[in-house]
Design a protein around this ligand. Sequence first.
Ligand code: GRF
Length: 207
Amino acid sequence: MLNVVVMVSGGGTNLEAIIKAIDSGKIKNARISCVISNNKGAFALERAKNHGIDSFCISPKDYSNRSSFNQALVSKLDELAPDLIVLAGFLVVIPEELISHFENRIINIHPSLIPSFCGKGFYGLKVHEGVLARGVKVTGATVHFVDSGTDTGPIILQKPVLVKDDDTPEVLQRRVMEEAEWQILPEAIDLIASGRVKVEGGRVRIL
Ligand code: GRF
């Protein structure tokens, strides 16, 4: 059984999609042992509680500097010993130590088709604002492994979503979530839990 820790900062709709997929059997052989947030007010923490899942907040505000915050995060994750860490809207830079310790065991969901509209500064609504400003006709979402760059790790799954003429960033954000994120994030976890994701030369092969 894959021991999964989900890290969140906000609403937690992706967390909810993962929980539903586990409950319905779409994700097999995995359980969420804990949800960690950097933000006390994250609604995702409520969602975890409602489903009886352990949750913790580790906020940078409670530490005098970044390195002690990072240390707290690393210690908590060491203690939980997850097989997989899922960043589901986690808006904190992951400490280098975690990335090397959990190489190819941390995945992230990004709301665009990487390598477009990703990297530094592209988070939340800014991604969808960028898509609309450029006038692309197709956007989507990407699940990828986390490496030391920003949105540069091996790509596991992608799903396209059509952009409409009258979209606002908020409307597009919602459609990308519904049509892509909530589907490919659980799907990627299921593939990993069933041992079907292999990283070779910086690329993912689905077995
Ligand atoms: C999603 O758009 C995700 O792609 C991005 O942050 C957002 C999180 O939303 N990384 P939620 O907290 O899962 O509702």
